[in-house]
Design a protein around this ligand. Structure first.
Ligand code: PLP
Length: 258
């Protein structure tokens, strides 16, 4: 017993930096919900784990994090498979948040719980068809290209209602809300100005749909977390502020997708 205790003591506290940044982000979210008079459980934290090893995802899950977001289908699925037992034990929820190629819809539909980046009817149809009847519907958000940037995925705001009406009754999926990645701007006020447009669009689409569980506004990353909460985000997607800067593995992950 004594030997064991000693041995255990020597193990360095590997996840303490992770714990610190995780605590910091959670405190920041809590502070912002107070500041902007939101309910404290109104804003779910998605830890964006693209390029992050399964080991670190596991450490964060053991600290209490439930939602994880992945951008690359193959990378996300391998990680999820590696952590299958933990996923069952802790009820981890996996979100796909990256651009969707149509040849990836099957593995996305079969492996993720949520997809935030649906931006056309065809993708929504394929995801629903490929989900598998024995599974609960895939929870989906429509990604909106707020700034109409040609480099970005997402439906343009003026087409969001039309797309929402087209996919609201598709089998295999459940339309839950909107997702936005605004063009980065500096300063809280400028960010709020930008994200307000997502909030307004969300209200408009909800009004049109009259669907009680259309309740999700997915926006807010490490750099605009406060603005997102100010503008009604219900899911924030945070990578860097939790896991630290990403390394060049991103390009490896992209290559794996080819
Ligand atoms: C990478 C990514 C994030 C997280 O961004 P950070 O700046 O690292 O917090 C959120 N959403 C999407 C869609 C991403 O690709």
């Amino acid at each position: 017993m004594i030997i064991r205790a000693k041995a255990r003591k020597k193990v360095p506290p590997m996840s303490s930096a992770l714990q610190d940044s995780f605590n910091h982000v959670r405190a920041q979210i809590l502070g912002c919900t107070k500041l902007y008079q939101r309910e404290s459980n109104d804003v779910a934290l998605i830890a964006v784990s693209k390029t992050v090893s399964a080991k670190r995802v596991e450490s964060l899950a053991k600290l209490g994090q439930i939602h994880f977001g992945e951008n690359y289908a193959q990378e996300g699925v391998s990680k999820k498979n590696e952590l299958a037992e933990l996923t069952n034990q802790l009820g981890l929820i996996w979100h796909f948040i990256g651009p969707i190629q149509s040849n990836k819809t099957k593995i996305i539909a079969e492996n993720f719980d949520w997809v935030h980046s649906v931006d056309r009817l065809k993708i929504a149809q394929r995801l629903g068809e490929q989900r598998g009847a024995h599974k609960s519907p895939l929870q989906v958000c429509i990604q909106v290209n707020l700034d109409d940037e040609s480099s970005k995925s997402g439906v343009i705001p003026s087409k969001a209602i039309e797309l929402a009406l087209q996919i609201r009754n598709l089998p295999g999926i459940n339309l839950r809300g909107l997702m936005a990645i605004p063009h980065p701007v500096d300063g809280l006020q400028a960010q709020i100005k930008s994200l307000k447009r997502a909030q307004e669009l969300f209200a408009q689409v909800r009004e049109e749909l009259r669907k009680h569980d259309f309740d999700t506004l997915s926006m807010g990353m490490s750099a605009d977390l406060e603005a997102a909460i100010a503008c009604g985000a219900t899911m924030v997607r945070i990578g860097t502020a939790i896991f630290g800067p990403r390394t060049t593995q991103t390009s490896t992950a992209k290559m794996l997708e080819q």
